[in-house]
Design a protein around this ligand. Structure first.
Ligand code: NAD
Length: 311
């Protein structure tokens, strides 16, 4: 089989390649513009089973040609990271909307099985946990700069489900919750690599807000294995799944654990959100997935604990 991974030079995409090479005989074609992705993420791949195309998912004819040659598509390309989203909201929206539409339209032509990467950001500031996939507050707009990214991801989901119902496209949507692991960098505001870099340098760890907010850190190896299984499970098609650990951690606890594990003398400095990004920037207090749907369909959920992720 030939598999197309958009955003394959990124963090999750490069782990998905590793997984597919190890678990299948698939050939992989990567489409990436190397905006946040990096050739270094692919440097360990010593195989002729992977081909890289340097291009943009917003380029409709390029996407059409690549999808036509593929037996399955994983669409991960997106403008990501809090900094990118806050500084370039339009670019983030356009890449998400146009890129996803290009992929879905091309896939619908041959009913090519397609995975669409969405995000827990679609839950906005919903305050009741655990989050359930059919929470009807999901698509309510928020006023923070995250709105662009969150609503574009939500629109991507609608586009995917629309292609399923109108064109019988075998498509599945995965809402990723704070995927973490090797090759993730702190450059775009990702919390674990940022904390580790600060702890190793002996600098104070910067915690935004009061640090009591919780996140569900999910190991990338589990996320990509679940991603692959979702796309290859027909019962999952036409549906949306939370992909995240049901075991959340507060940012204060995360910072403390990083300091302990790195044996660092660093302290913790709390910085108001408004000083971190922009005045109207807000973070949800809790983010925790309801994983019952994943358990029902795949019979499993992410299980790797934070300490194993940090090691
Ligand atoms: P990443 O930045 O490492 O990967 C995104 C990749 O897409 C990069 O390689 C980048 O160069 C590429 N890209 C961006 N714009 C492009 C364009 N116009 N054309 C072609 N390629 C383009 O980020 P990631 O964490 O690996 O995220 C992968 C996907 O998962 C994204 O869709 C993201 O929104 C989603 N997601 C990730 C997380 C997480 O915790 N990492 C959480 C929720 C959702």
């Amino acid at each position: 089989m030939s598999v197309l991974i958009t955003g394959g030079a990124g963090f999750i995409g490069s782990h998905l390649i590793d997984h597919l090479l190890a678990e299948t005989d698939d050939r992989v074609v990567v489409l990436d513009d190397f905006s946040t992705g990096n050739a270094a993420n692919l440097a360990h791949l010593d195989t002729d089973r992977v081909e890289t195309v340097d291009g943009d998912v917003r380029d409709g004819s390029l996407v059409t040609d690549l999808v036509a040659d593929s037996d399955a598509v994983y669409h991960l390309a997106a403008a990501v990271g809090v900094k990118t989203i806050v500084e370039n909201p339009l670019d983030s929206i356009r890449t998400n909307l146009k890129g996803t539409e290009n992929v879905l339209e091309a896939a619908a032509a041959d009913a090519t099985p397609t995975f669409i990467a969405s995000s827990s950001e679609v839950y906005g500031k919903s305050e009741s946990v655990p989050f359930a996939e059919d929470d009807d507050r999901v698509y309510g707009p928020t006023t923070s700069p995250r709105w662009g990214y969150a609503t574009a991801k939500a629109a991507d989901e609608f586009l995917a489900l629309g292609h399923h119902s109108e064109h019988d496209l075998p498509v599945v949507v995965g809402r990723y919750f704070n995927i973490v692991g090797p090759r993730q960098t702190g450059q775009y505001g990702m919390v674990i690599p940022t904390f580790v870099e600060q702890a190793l340098a002996g600098d104070d760890l910067t915690v935004y807000g009061d640090g009591t907010q919780t996140r569900s850190f999910t190991h990338v190896a589990e996320a990509v294995s679940i991603t692959h299984e979702l796309l290859t499970t027909p019962e999952a098609h036409g549906r949306v799944f939370n992909v995240g650990t049901p075991d959340p951690t507060s940012i204060n606890d995360l910072a403390t654990r990083v300091i302990e594990l790195t044996d660092s003398d660093s302290g913790i400095t709390h910085v108001p959100f408004a000083e971190a990004y922009s005045e109207d920037f807000e973070e949800p207090d809790e983010r925790e997935p309801d994983v019952s749907k994943l358990r029902d369909v795949l019979g499993r959920t992410p299980t790797v604990e934070l300490d194993r992720i940090l090691h």
